[in-house]
Every structure is written in C-alpha cells, then in structure tokens.
Design a protein around this ligand. Sequence first.
Ligand code: GUN
Length: 296
Amino acid sequence: MSANIIDGKAYAEGLRARIADAVRALSGQDVTPGLAVVIVGEDPASQLYVKNKARQTVEVGMRSFEHKLPASTSEAELLDLVARLNADPAVDGILVQLPLPRQIDAQKVIEAIDPAKDVDGFHPINAGRLLTGVPGLVSCTPLGCLLLIQSVRRDLAGLDAVVVGRSNIVGKPMAQLLLAQSCTVTVAHSRTKDLEQVCRRADILVAAVGRPEMVRGDWVKPGATVIDVGINRVPNPAAGEGKTKVVGDVAYQEASQVAAAITPVPGGVGPMTIACLLHNTLEAACLRRGLPFPAL
Ligand code: GUN
C-alpha cells in the first residue's frame, strides 16, 4: 500500500487565500491587521524565514513591520522594543524570531510580549489557556499539524496519538491539541523506553525530534497518519560532492509504504507554519477589537 501524501503546500495556499478574503472583508471596517517580526543577528536561515514571513504577510493584505537588530543588541534594548510594539495600536501580532543571541534570555522576552499579540502562542498565558481548554493563540507549527491531520481524518476521538518530542514549541502544545480532540495521547522523547513499540501503537504519529529519518517504516502502524515536523539538512553524495538535501524525522520512503497518509519533507508541515502565523495574526486582530473571528 502506498500512502496518501498530505500536500501541506496546497493546504497552506488555500488557507492563505481564505485569510486574504477575511482581511479584505475587514478592510471595510477600516481594519488592517499588522504583524511585527523582530530578528536579532545575522543567521542566514532565520533571515530567509523572516523574509518569507514578510512577503506572505503583505500578500494576504496585512501590514508587515520588520525590525532587524544587530547581534550585539542587549536584552534591555529588545525588551524596550517589545514594550513599544505592545503599545502600538497598528501592531496586532508580535513575533520575536528564535533562537536569540546568548546575552538575551528568550523566556524573559517571550513573557514580555502582550499575550493578546503573542501570535507564536509561546507566552505562558497562552500555553496555559491551551492546557486548560480556554480559547487563546496556539503555536503555529502544532496548529498546522492539527489542520493537516484533520484534512485526512475528521473525527479523532478515541484514536491513539503518539507525539515524539517534548519541546515547548511543538511537542507539548501538539499533545494538548490532540488531547482536546479526545485522542489518547502519549508524549515520547529521547529517554522513552521501547520507543519503536510506543510508535507502533499510534493511529496518529507526530515526529518532532530533529533527528534525520529516525522513525523507520517498521515503527509505523499500518494505516496510521504520519506527520513529520523535522527539517534536517543532511549530506547528499548522490547529487555530488558537498551537496546536501533536506529530510524529515521520518524515513519517508519506508513509512509511506505502511501509513495511510503522510506528510512529505519538504512540502508538508513547513509551509503550514507561516500560514498559521497569518491565521493567528488575523485572530489577534479580531479579538483585540471585539470582532468575530471568521471560521477558516
Ligand atoms: N524559529 C524557528 N521557528 C520559529 C517560530 O515558529 N517562531 C519563532 N518566534 N521563532 C522561530
């Protein structure tokens, strides 16, 4: 059996088109959602990511505010900028690109962002809302994963879900989202005993560990839905000396023979993250003004 390939690129395009429609409808009420993205330092991967965010923000009709700060920026300077963005009525969403340089305490910065503008969903208030089932802003990557799962499986109640990885950004919020869908959730990680056996129980398997192709085909339950969050750059000698390629945390060729549905890397979860960021910015813009948030 060959799995249904979950096309995250196409899903993200559709979601962005629906967001653009909603932004157009808001413009009739003189509202233009605004997203501020802050980047500290010169990391090329982060720079590219931020550039893509800014382009897609403008494409859906929102305002994009970019703040590029030198790597030498102090924690106090960054906290001062966050305070100004919190107070700026044109800014509905604030994203501070991680990782931050060593002299800056990332947690302190995350906690300084107004929870109503925390489009990353990283603030403890929003993490706590997710934990307690209260509406709030949800981390973009897990939200994207859930949308992709629901695109192939409508009712998740009672299914066994295994999340491999326990980060604050993906693993933990992913587990909470699946629990809220009435899945029986297991969070596995690097210290889990018999990880393979645990994965084999999963009707829904989410891999977010950052280890290239760690999840093998025989770890996958036949008929499972497999979501690969990994983006790992590895050598690709077949393409030539010094060449590299991007692979996920799942051995795709093997797993796609066993799973019912699987996300590819690239083109699976990756494109969903920015689309969900725009979704959260729209949601924050509506909530801050007491406007209804349109179902997307
Ligand atoms: N760095 C890599 N991914 C992310 C993300 O989703 N949000 C932020 N703030 N930084 C990141």
